[in-house]
Every structure is written in C-alpha cells, then in structure tokens.
Design a protein around this ligand. Structure first.
Ligand code: ZN
Length: 184
C-alpha cells in the first residue's frame, strides 16, 4: 500500500514525533506502517521517508539509495557528493551526533515537491537507533548517506531543509535544471 506524502504546511511536519517503546514498534499496525513507508518511498521515488511525511508522528524513518538511482548521475558528481548505494533499512528513535566537517549541496524533499535549496550539512554522522525489530544499531555514515540521515532525522523533530538552507539559493527544480546545479 502506498500512502499520500503530506506537503509543507501540514502541522505534523512541524511536530516532534513520539519515541516508540519496543512493544509499540513490534505491534502489527506499526510493522505494517513501516511496510507502507518503504513502498511509498520506492514509489515516489525517494532515498528516505520519515513517518511524519505520511502524517504519522512517530520516530521512524526508512532509507534506501538504490544503484538504479545512481546510474544516470555522472561519476564525478557521485564522487563529489560521496554518494554510493545504501541498502534498505529502518531507523527508530534515533540519536544523531554530527561530525565537524561540513559539505554544501542542493537538496530536496518529498514534502516540498518541486523545490530545492542549498544546505550545509555535516560530512559524517554517527546515529544510535533501533532497527525495525527493536535491535540497537550504531550507524557511522559519510557523504550523501550522512546527509540523508540528517535530513530524515530532522523530520522526526519537526525540522525541514528550508530551515537550514541558504535562502537565496531556493529554487524550483525546473529552474535548477534550467540554470544548472552550481555548487557553493
Ligand atoms: Zn524530506
């Protein structure tokens, strides 16, 4: 099943999502929700989706960066972004620690359809969370994967990329394609 992705202005996108207990996480409705999130992310398509984006205020996000998505992007752009395939996985109740180094790139969001802006993010992060089975995980990520994690975890705390972007770079995706993806 595929859910509707809510757009900016929907109040749930601005709320702190609730942490889950293991019992809640393992309950059939939440397990089903995670499957809906996965299918919705793939159908969008997107490289990440947080529960608030389908109107659910719970601290769950799904992430997947498929080799297929990377196939049409020039190798040097992938290299610049540190973008590599990331297998499907689920993060629950995450706590994120940001590395010192920063990188600045255009990014977009399925809840701000058709727009993009330049956002400075940490190059590397450490995320402590659970997987969908309630097993504790520690993720050490770099490059684009680290950016996806920061973006999705922001969603769980009511933050959107527009809160962090350089506002003068805000653009429609159409114009980004028309005038080029200039990097800062
Ligand atoms: Zn987003």
């Amino acid at each position: 099943m595929i859910a509707e992705i809510v757009q900016v202005g929907t109040p749930v996108l601005r709320m702190r999502a609730a942490e889950l207990t293991r019992e809640q996480l393992l309950s059939p409705p939440v397990q089903e929700l995670i499957e809906v999130m996965r299918d919705t992310m793939r159908s969008a398509p997107g490289v990440g989706l947080a529960a608030p984006q389908i109107g659910v205020g719970l601290q769950i996000a799904v992430i997947e960066d498929l080799a297929d998505y990377l196939a049409e992007i020039p190798a040097e752009e992938l290299e610049l972004r540190g973008r590599r395939p990331v297998p499907y996985h689920v993060i629950v109740n995450p706590v994120i620690t940001l590395g010192e180094q920063k990188r600045t790139f255009f990014e977009g969001c399925l809840s701000l359809e058709g727009f993009s802006g330049v956002v400075e993010r940490a190059l590397s992060v450490k995320v402590e969370c659970w997987d969908e089975h309630g097993e504790p995980k520690v993720i050490e990520a770099e490059g684009w994967y680290a950016r996806i994690l920061q973006h999705e975890i922001d969603h769980l705390f009511g933050t959107l990329y527009i809160d962090r972007m350089n506002t003068r770079t805000f653009t429609s995706v159409k114009n980004l394609q028309r005038y080029g993806r200039r990097q800062s």
